[in-house]
Design a protein around this ligand. Structure first.
Ligand SMILES: Cc1cc2nc3c(=O)[nH]c(=O)nc-3n(C[C@H](O)[C@H](O)[C@H](O)COP(=O)(O)OP(=O)(O)OC[C@H]3O[C@@H](n4cnc5c(N)ncnc54)[C@H](O)[C@@H]3O)c2cc1C
Length: 391
């Protein structure tokens, strides 16, 4: 459905602001629950921001040292992925290249080894699958690894997905289900009357909606409302730069070190990332960023110094003050929902976010979203100040 139809067809049941992996996953989950009138309002093209820039690592275990609410949410979402990927292939014809080889975390120093030993012990006591490899054992599995790797953990239950194929598949699946995709249509303001949403002012005119989901990633805080929203949504962009090497057959696992990661793709590309920078919405790839990522990648796999960098890009992770996603309804405004702040894990958390937000909207009851993620946790807190310095 084209944007020019907004004038004639300016009413929808559920309007989702933002066509990234989160907005697209929510729309799909709503259609699966029988909601027929869903619109995604996207200011540019769908899926071309953080969801395009990401690495697609689906790895709840690799950095986890506690079984907290976030760990449980992340594992639940990862565990949805095999079915999610298979269903999406049937719905869209696109293979999102879910890879279940696993992830590996390598240690170069005694301190790094100690940290990984602690992770190993904790995860084993929790009954999670994790394997300990000496440097030589790790190199037998991944011959590209440096001889300086002294120890590695292998997480056989962590995955990766091609996130660009994922957004394409979600887009097609939504189109086939009749979701209206209003692209090149920025949302300016949400209209609230007597404590309930009534619609939104967009660049193409007014769109009436009884339910509105804010899923605008790093831009979520910039969407205004006619009444002051409380609790205030405070999401900041954290820039991440990525490099892409031409390295067919180079590695099988996603490989992490304390300084970054490399991600082998099925088509022979090898991604390397990333940086974590508080520079506002400056999307440049910098010389310092390229240097840092290149040296991290070469430290893991020295032969990468003989391969060429064929692409680079940057994107903005949407980060809330406590690094956790912001999921659920806004208590003081009927019909308003937040699904943002997915920070470093939005690709991983897309399936569970779709399910939880769609269930909240359709059931109109409190779904099993832990309070750690609820917007109400920011009640009474002052908006944080933005840091504008190079990380
Ligand atoms: C370098 C990098 C690597 C990453 N690696 C991983 C990884 O390996 N695994 C993982 O799980 N996660 C990863 N992430 C995080 C992940 O990419 C994000 O958490 C996720 O993409 C967020 O999805 P989103 O839909 O909320 O945001 P986005 O994909 O940014 O989508 C938000 C959309 O909202 C639109 N929008 C904004 N304002 C408006 C408006 N006013 N009106 C209408 N539309 C609007 C934007 O145009 C955009 O399309 C990475 C991120 C980066 C930057």
């Amino acid at each position: 459905m084209s944007t020019s139809e907004l004038g004639r067809n300016n009413i929808t049941e559920v309007a989702i602001i933002g066509g990234g992996v989160i907005g697209l996953s929510i729309a799909r989950a709503l259609t699966h629950r029988g909601v027929r009138d869903v619109a995604i309002i996207e200011r540019h093209e769908c899926g071309r921001e953080a969801s395009w820039a990401a690495g697609g690592i689906l790895a709840p275990q690799i950095e986890a040292d506690a079984r907290d609410d976030f760990f449980r949410l992340a594992c639940a979402s990862r565990d949805l992925y095999p079915q999610f990927a298979a269903d999406l292939q049937a719905e869209s014809g696109i293979d999102v290249e879910l890879d279940t080889t696993g992830t590996m975390y390598v240690a170069f120093s005694e301190d790094e080894e100690a940290e990984l030993r602690h992770r190993l012990e904790w995860q084993r006591t929790q009954g999670l699958r994790v394997e300990w490899l000496t440097g030589d054992e790790a190199r037998a599995v991944e011959p590209c690894l440096s001889t300086n790797v002294r120890f590695a953990l292998r997480f056989p239950d962590d995955y990766q997905v091609d996130n660009r194929k994922l957004v394409e598949a979600l887009l097609i699946a939504n189109q086939r289900q009749g979701v209206r995709l209003l692209t090149n249509c920025g949302v300016r303001k949400i209209q609230i009357t007597d404590g309930a949403v009534t619609g939104m002012q967009t660049e193409l005119g007014f769109l009436s909606a009884k339910q509105i989901v804010v899923a605008a990633g790093a831009w979520s805080s910039s969407i205004q409302a006619e009444e002051a929203l409380f609790p205030r949504l405070d999401i900041e962009p954290v820039r991440g730069q990525m490099l892409c090497f031409n390295a067919p057959g180079f590695a099988g696992h996603v490989i992490y070190s304390a300084r970054g990661y490399i991600i082998p793709r099925r088509d022979g590309r090898l991604l390397a990332g990333s940086t974590s920078e508080h520079v506002g919405f400056d999307k440049r790839v910098t010389e310092a960023g390229v240097e840092r990522i290149t040296s991290m990648a070469i430290e893991i796999a020295p032969a990468l110094q003989d391969t060429s960098i064929i692409d680079s890009w940057a994107g903005f992770r949407p980060r809330a003050k406590d690094d956790l996603p912001v999921l659920g309804f806004v208590e003081d405004v009927t019909g308003l929902f937040y699904a943002t702040g997915h920070y470093r894990n939005g690709i991983l958390l897309a399936p569970i976010t779709g399910e939880l937000i769609a269930a909240t909207i359709v059931n109109q009851t409190t779904p099993p979203i832990p309070s750690a993620f609820h917007p109400a946790r920011f009640r009474g807190s002052e908006p944080s100040c933005r840091v504008n310095a190079n990380a």
